[in-house]
Design a protein around this ligand. Structure first.
Ligand code: ZN
Length: 204
């Protein structure tokens, strides 16, 4: 059974928006751990990491000295956690291209956003966020290395690891394949469907 991650009750109704991450895998004590990083946003020289079962707190990526995490985002700055209003905007921004410039793998998802929130024309930025539902390609291919071997995990195991580690549903998109350029449209449709998108409580 999925041990669901709950965001705090007292925050009211969080907003929901879409984003993409780079995904990779490493071995921790011989067990696979999936790593999620922002595609664009950096913390110092490193891509901004998202951690399972930890509420994301926005930072100022311009490192403005007076932009405290407790006060982000600011209107005129790149501060805060960013997401887009629909999967279509993700595709238009180039995030549904299945593979990054360094051949890194991407995944997609809906996130809950709360705290200080600024709504733009195609997206939202917020002070706090946590993923609500992940979507992965059926041909997602990740490997990790232990002292002895290199291990490749199949997509259904990856789905279960994501679901268990993050405490949210993960959908393997039915028709999405990296080499099929029409998959963009299919992915967008599939992510917009209520039965795969989950209801507003994130249930399947
Ligand atoms: Zn800032």
């Amino acid at each position: 059974m999925m041990d669901e991650f709950r965001i705090p009750d007292k925050i009211g109704d969080p907003l929901v928006a879409w984003r993409a991450w780079r995904i990779s895998m490493q071995a921790v004590d011989g067990k696979p751990e999936l790593l999620l990083h922002s595609i664009n946003q950096k913390q110092g020289d490193n891509p901004f990491a998202w951690h399972p079962r930890k509420i994301m707190v926005g930072i100022c990526n311009k490192a403005e000295p007076d932009h405290l995490a407790s006060e982000t985002p600011f209107e005129s700055c790149g501060c805060g956690i960013h997401a887009l209003d629909s999967p279509l905007f993700l595709a238009k921004a180039g995030y549904v291209s299945f593979i990054g410039p360094n051949r890194e793998e991407f995944i997609w998802g809906r996130i809950s956003m709360w705290g200080k929130v600024i709504e733009g024309t195609t997206g939202i930025k917020s002070q706090y966020a946590y993923p609500k539902h992940f979507y992965i390609r059926p041909d997602l291919n990740l490997t990790y290395s232990t002292d002895k071997e290199r291990v490749e995990l199949d997509v259904w195991i990856l789905r279960d690891i994501l679901t268990q580690q993050w405490g949210i549903p993960t959908t393997v998109a039915k028709t999405l394949k990296r080499k099929d350029s029409k998959s963009n449209e299919v992915l967008i449709k599939e992510m917009e469907e209520p039965e795969t998108g989950g209801d507003e409580d994130g249930n399947r």
